[in-house]
Design a protein around this ligand. Structure first.
Ligand SMILES: NC(=O)c1ccc[n+]([C@@H]2O[C@H](COP(=O)([O-])OP(=O)(O)OC[C@H]3O[C@@H](n4cnc5c(N)ncnc54)[C@H](O)[C@@H]3O)[C@@H](O)[C@H]2O)c1
Length: 388
């Protein structure tokens, strides 16, 4: 459904407004909140995005967050927010186990939904969410923001135009170290009930989405190994809490068409803070991107003169690069938070034009299918086919 003719939420200046309700207001709340404030300042958009209301579980904390993040108000009453016709977008920025319930309620209320990753806890839930979004004729998006760095977007364009030739291999790692120390307390991220899986659902989910976005490859089958090095952590009340998710999770992949891939996600790699790195090898060249140097893209091409061959680094902050000219003059850097702004900008434009937006919930189903197949593979110790 295109929103171009809708005006039930009023206008700001010359633009119709798009009012956003954001559920959850901590880490991702800050990242998304920044995007809602910045998008119109740097991009010409068909709507004025309005950070309207934060939905939390505690009024005082939600009020403080609304004040800090630039939302007009805060509430603990999600049902009232969903019943408000002025709210058009519901943003789900809460832990994984609550995505399904909140997003389904928002879809039933015919709101557009932007949901954090992983989309839900199971493939079955993801499929229900995708089906309901389609039935309600609303637009949905999944916050796999790493697709939208200038360098990753350029990488996708280079692969699509054939600079690498046919893709043969993907090697991707997402390495962090914050759970290396056994005294780090348990949290929703270390309990299967609230997060589904550990480094796998948290970090491999991004790598799976990046692979699909940059190469167009579809996963066919996987085999995997996982490990939980610290089985119990302090529960914050003087006791211990069981850790029943992986600290580290590695898997091999076969893609449709014959390409292969290796994946590693870990929170126990000392010295690696947010090392999200993907290398793509084709028959004619290779690309490598690392979030910790997010404006750079490394490129090797056999088409270069033989005596000048070698990986070169493209600084993707030039006016010819995706998103870059909307920020600063050539060579003036942007950062992590900008990927969320780009994500929102493309979503808002898609709302107006009716053009597809990716990743949507169907992409969320595809990612979850790979995550679940890899979990089964690790359990069984065999190759597992990724369902369609
Ligand atoms: N796209 C990314 O790069 C990225 C990065 C980090 C986290 N995430 C995802 O974002 C989501 C949130 O992660 P986070 O790091 O912001 O977590 P967080 O713990 O920092 O914040 C969670 C927020 O949700 C609230 N909350 C918890 N349970 C709730 C419920 N049942 N109903 C309403 N509010 C609830 C908490 O009060 C808090 O405000 C997770 O799904 C996570 O996987 C994505």
């Amino acid at each position: 459904m295109s929103l171009s003719s809708q005006s039930n939420a009023g206008r700001a200046g010359d633009l119709p407004v798009l009012q956003v309700a954001m559920v959850g207001h901590a880490f991702m709340g800050r990242a998304h909140g920044n995007a809602y404030r910045q998008a119109n300042h740097f991009f010409d958009l068909p709507f004025q995005v309005v950070p309207a209301v934060i939905v939390g579980r505690d009024q005082a904390r939600a009020d403080a967050a609304a004040h800090k993040l630039g939302f007009a108000r805060a509430t603990t009453d999600l049902a009232a927010v969903l019943a408000d016709p002025a709210i058009q977008i519901v943003d789900v920025a809460t832990p994984n186990d609550s995505h399904y319930e909140i997003a389904m309620a928002a879809l039933r209320a015919k709101k557009h939904v932007l949901c954090e990753k992983p989309l839900a806890m199971t493939v079955a839930q993801c499929k229900e969410m995708a089906a309901l979004a389609k039935k309600q004729k609303v637009r949905v998006g999944l916050w796999h923001n790493y697709r939208r760095a200038p360098a990753t977007r350029l990488a996708a364009q280079m692969v699509a135009r054939g600079d690498l030739g046919a893709i043969r291999q993907v090697r991707a790692v997402y390495l962090q170290d914050w759970l290396s120390d056994g005294s780090v307390p348990a949290s929703w991220r270390t309990s299967k009930k609230t997060c589904g899986s550990g480094a796998h659902g948290d970090l491999n989910a991004h790598l799976i989405d990046l692979t699909r976005a940059l190469t167009g490859l579809e996963f066919e089958s996987v085999c995997a190994v996982q490990q939980t090095f610290t089985k119990e952590r302090p529960d914050g009340n003087g006791g211990k809490a069981k850790v029943d998710v992986d600290d580290a999770f590695c898997f091999l992949a076969k893609f449709k068409g014959g390409a292969i891939g290796t994946y590693e996600a870990t929170r126990t790699a000392p010295g690696r803070k947010n090392h999200n790195c993907i290398e793509i090898s084709g028959e004619k060249g290779s690309l490598r991107w690392n979030l910790e140097r997010l404006n750079e893209l490394e490129f090797f091409s056999f088409a270069d003169a033989r005596d000048g061959q070698g990986f070169r680094t493209i600084l993707c902050m030039d006016s010819v690069h995706p998103y870059a000219p909307n920020w600063w003059p050539d060579g003036h850097m942007i950062g992590y938070e900008h990927t969320f702004v780009h994500h929102l900008v493309d979503f808002v434009r898609a709302l107006h034009s009716g053009e597809p937006f990716a990743p949507d919930f169907a992409d969320g189903v595809a990612v979850q299918c790979v995550l679940e197949a890899a979990l089964q593979a690790a359990k069984k110790g065999t190759w597992v086919k990724v369902p369609k």
